[in-house]
Design a binder for this molecule. Structure first.
Ligand SMILES: [Zn+2]
Length: 979
């Protein structure tokens, strides 16, 4: 089953539906046959340049033609429309209008000029004038298709949806009757028909437009980028990027300055949360047309998604200057005003939408142009739908639902708010409601990729088993019950502590969904589809603040510590819900990462060592960008790491309840500055300054514990120039040259260093590595030993020598090397690993190995072997409490390890924790490697707990295939005797 990309939804094999029409807005002239004149070819040339985006050349040619007073009639009309397109497509709206107005002076009776003027006024928010002009155009020529299209658009804007629908349907009928084949007519029909198909959910029309009409337009004029943009847009609306993007690329091949295509590609990036990419497309579009409303809105959306409302407002003001009545702009404005004035209760929002005259004023909205919008348009569906989308994106689910429902109410024709409402129900765990809504949406639009994927997710989810506990509901595949049970127990075990710490309990049980492989798709793909309805997200677990989903740890490429992920995500649920989603992204992550209770992983240390000195550091104000629009994977990790360090500093500085205090402050205010004042009585600025010092302290500490970063090539060269006979400098240069692939040059420096000082440790290490590659293992080992005599041997030498000594089982030597290495570089886990191997080789007693195992486990949260070893050591030493801890830790990475479950069960039994022991044995007997001894032990525990029927069942199961199992027979007899 195809989950990800609904490949080829517009299958060409489907019967072509001829019941169609459409029209891309735009700015086209359209054609009746022209008288053949000499200037016609000049006009064609100008149009060719216009279509290719050669705006300057095209403008000049049109102007020349229009300057010729002899140039009249249809040709003049066509030239004026062409020139007005040049102006409009480069953002010169006033000039575009002027061109048409001046052409109208001599061509008063051109229906086409009037409808073009109407279009320009419509695009710039002058609907009243546009309506008059359209009427004029239609009075002159009732069959002017372009005028009809603009009239339908104007009907939408005054809330006359039924008239608009009739208007759009006309294009379908007209096409069927007239079967036009010139590109300009086809594009007008295409736009009208597309709108009809959207509203009436006529999939065959979509197919027809994409498969027939657009290709026909391109056949008529290979420079008709409008056709590629139209089919790309239709595909993108269904989240079918796989097919949409090539269409936009084709448009850009025709016209490299094709602004609508650039914006559409930016919108596609935005669908994938690639904010930086989206923004760069918007910028590129604005270079050609700085006053293109969709481009300005795309740029605003990027800012809105990143929570930078002030920046967004700037873009929107520019858009408002072009068109003060555009619902798309007004809706975004309303988002900003709602948040800046403090979001009202969802109920007040609903009342206000229902009856803006009589409902109590809602924050800043009273001041927006919303009232005016409602006056001229009682059915502003797109306004409500877009408002809903942004509230949804900011996790104001209840508010978003109010808006979606309002949109559906006034314009049931719109499919987007229905789809969005279905997705919202999924996010808030209302699966049944989601299913009904999405089934309807699917009926209406079977090619919508997100809808189709989400319905498949629901299908998978419905096939899952449910594990219910007091505070949680887990949904897992039937084959993963052993894992699901452990997860449920773990979640209940952390619930009291976490809810007490954060002073919050969710009102309903929290649902956790664990996705396994199914129907040819990986667990991760299902998880990802569940969270975003689309392909691929980077994490393995995620929370909407209401539900949590994760890819099953038994199904991911590498096992991961699921307990850590569950804890992290459940803490999100608590902090998001407690603040009613008013917590900044960085802070909810800061708390969740802190709760994981791990030491900083090596990769983060290295990232800090590289980024802090280079100044590539976020501040509290830019930190959210690291999550929402990371420019690189490193940005993304850095945002987590810095959030954690902010939390560390708060805990150091303000005490162990610091995070809770700040959390409580965010319950009261969404503003960072105000929240800091409230929680800590410290100005944010002061705290930031302290944080900068703290960061530098951190990297100093890390630098002391880690091996130094290798010297960079330029620095190494400089030093050798200054001290050409310094062996250490020569070795550093050799190393740098090697890393940049210059082997021969490197070898020269290394040889020279060794001539000057035979024990130069880095040079010895590098030369030894080369010998080892040439299979001179003996020579390499001797060289490494020689380098160890250097006064402070280089860490590379220590590592190579330790490894080699372990390989040769010369453990005593290895231990000497590693003791020195760990003394100097205590944070290098590789040395810890080697040290453990050496201690094992030397048969050191367990208590000498344990501290190193713990060091490794604390640093590497996904490392199962160290934890298993610790559990075994504890069990063997009779330390049951310790054995329970480490067995559970091991199982949280490898939940199906029967050996670990046994250690856990036995330790719990010895600690007289009967229910826990029973629980563990119950898991073991579900595994394939369960033995009769396991069953017998479980039966004994059942017997002790008075669960005789269950005890009998286990004993009978043993005797069924092993009738000679004497202890089982004896126990069964005792049970029979009631003993
Ligand atoms: Zn998180």
């Amino acid at each position: 089953m195809q989950l990800i990309s609904a490949d080829n939804p517009f299958s060409p094999s489907l019967a072509v539906c001829r019941d169609v029409a459409l029209c891309l807005l735009v700015l086209l002239g359209w054609g009746q046959p022209l008288p053949i004149q000499a200037s016609e070819s000049a006009l064609d040339t100008a149009y060719g340049q216009l279509q290719r985006g050669e705006y300057a050349e095209s403008r000049e040619r049109f102007q020349q033609l229009l300057a010729d007073a002899e140039f009249t009639g249809e040709l003049r009309v066509r030239a004026a429309i062409g020139l007005s397109r040049v102006e409009a497509e480069t953002g010169r709206w006033e000039e575009a209008i002027e061109v048409i107005e001046s052409a109208l002076e001599s061509e008063r009776n051109s229906s086409r000029l009037w409808s073009r003027l109407a279009e320009l006024h419509f695009e710039t928010g002058e609907s009243t004038r546009a309506a008059r002009e359209v009427q004029r155009a239609l009075d002159l020529d009732s069959q002017n298709l372009h005028a009809r299209l603009i009239r339908a658009h104007l009907d939408v804007e005054r809330g006359a949806i039924d008239e608009a629908l009739d208007g759009y349907r006309f294009f379908v009928r007209h096409y069927n009757r007239a079967q036009p084949d010139d590109w300009e007519t086809l594009m007008i029909i295409g736009e009208g028909a597309a709108q009809y198909a959207r509203w009436e959910s006529v999939s065959p029309i979509f197919r027809f437009l994409v498969n027939t009409l657009c290709p026909d337009a391109l056949k008529d004029n290979p420079h008709c980028w409008q056709a590629a943009v139209l089919s790309g847009t239709l595909l993108l609306e269904k989240y079918n990027q796989g097919q949409a993007l090539p269409e936009f690329e084709q448009a850009l091949k025709i016209n490299p300055h094709c602004v609508p295509a650039l914006v559409a590609m930016g919108e596609a990036a935005l669908q994938d949360q690639k904010l930086t990419v989206a923004e760069s497309f918007a910028d590129k579009a604005l270079e050609t047309n700085p006053r293109f409303v969709p481009a300005l809105l795309l740029k605003a959306d990027v800012q809105l998604m990143a929570g930078n409302d002030g920046q967004a407002l700037k873009q929107m003001q520019a858009a408002l200057e072009v068109n003060g009545r555009d619902q798309r702009i007004l809706a975004r404005l309303a988002v900003i005003e709602l948040f800046s004035a403090g979001l009202p209760e969802p109920e007040s929002l609903r009342q206000w939408i229902d009856d803006p005259e009589n409902a109590p004023a809602v924050g800043g909205l009273a001041a927006t142009s919303f009232g005016e919008l409602r006056q001229r348009n009682p059915r502003p569906g797109p306004f409500y739908a877009i408002l809903g989308e942004f509230l949804d994106a900011r996790r104001k689910y209840d508010h978003a639902e109010v808006c979606y429902r309002a949109a559906i109410d006034v314009m049931p024709q719109l499919s987007a708010p229905k789809t969005s409402l279905g997705m919202l129900c999924m996010r808030t765990g209302r699966i049944e409601e989601a299913e009904t809504i999405l089934d309807d949406a699917f009926q209406a639009d079977p090619f919508h990729v997100r809808v189709s994927n989400m319905r498949k997710v629901i299908g998978v989810l419905k096939s899952y088993e449910t594990i219910e506990t007091e505070h949680f509901v887990l949904r897992v595949d039937g084959s993963e019950m052993v894992l699901g049970r452990q997860m449920a127990d773990y979640l209940e075990s952390i619930y009291p502590e976490l809810t007490a710490r954060y002073g919050y309990e969710p009102p309903t049980r929290t649902q956790f969904e664990i996705y396994s492989d199914a129907k040819g798709q990986s667990g991760h793909a299902w998880f990802s589809a569940r969270m975003v309805g689309l392909p691929w997200i980077q994490t393995i677990g995620a929370s909407t603040g209401v539900i949590v989903a994760l890819a099953s740890p038994t199904k991911t490429d590498r096992p991961y510590n699921w307990a850590r992920v569950l804890r992290h995500e459940f803490v999100h649920v608590l902090t998001l819900q407690k603040t009613r989603f008013n917590i900044p992204h960085w802070f909810t992550e800061a708390i969740s990462v802190t709760e994981e209770g791990q030491l900083m992983p090596e990769s983060w240390q290295e990232m800090l060592l590289e980024r802090v000195p280079a100044g590539k550091v976020f501040s509290l104000t830019s930190l959210n960008d690291g999550f929402q629009k990371p420019a690189s994977p490193s940005d993304w990790s850095m945002a987590y790491c810095q959030s954690k360090l902010y939390a560390d500093l708060m805990l150091n500085r303000f005490g162990e309840d610091a995070l809770v205090r700040l959390l409580d402050a965010y319950v009261e205010t969404p503003d960072d500055e105000a929240a800091f004042q409230r929680a800590f009585s410290v100005p944010l600025e002061e705290f930031e300054a302290e944080y900068t010092r703290f960061l530098h302290q951190q990297i100093e500490e890390i630098a002391r514990g880690r091996r130094p970063l290798p010297v960079l090539l330029d620095a190494a060269k400089e030093r050798v120039e200054a001290e050409p006979e310094n062996p250490a400098a020569l070795a550093d240069l050799g190393f740098a040259l090697l890393r940049s692939g210059q082997r021969r040059e490197a070898a020269e420096r290394i040889d020279r260093a060794l001539e000057l000082k035979p024990t130069q440790s880095l040079a010895c290490a590098l030369r030894a590595r080369r010998l080892a590659l040439d299979e001179d293992l003996e020579g390499a080992f001797q060289l490494l030993q020689r380098g160890f005599e250097d006064e402070t041997p280089h860490p590379l030498l220590l590592e190579l020598l330790a490894r080699d000594a372990v390989r040769r089982e010369e453990f005593a030597l290895a231990e000497t090397v590693l003791d020195q290495a760990l003394e100097r570089f205590p944070l290098e886990t590789e040395f810890v690993r080697l040290k453990i191997a050496v201690a094992e080789g030397l048969n050191h007693p367990d208590e000498q190995i344990v501290p190193y195992l713990k060091r490794l486990a604390r640093r590497e949260y996904d490392d199962a072997p160290s934890r298993k070893r610790l559990a075994r050591v504890a069990a063997a030493g009779g330390d049951d409490a310790e054995a329970v801890i480490w067995a559970r830790e091991a199982l949280s990475i490898d939940p199906l390890d029967a050996g670990m479950l046994r250690i856990l069960a036995e330790a719990e039994r010895r600690s007289r924790n009967l229910p826990a022991a029973v629980g563990a044995f119950e898991l073991i007997v579900q595994l394939e490697d369960a033995t009769d001894d396991d069953r017998y032990a479980l039966a004994g525990l059942y017997k002790r707990s008075g669960r005789t029927a269950e005890a009998r069942r286990q004993l009978n199961a043993i005797l069924e295939h092993n009738p000679n199992h004497r202890p089982a027979r004896t126990m069964l007899r005792l049970l029979d005797q009631g003993l």
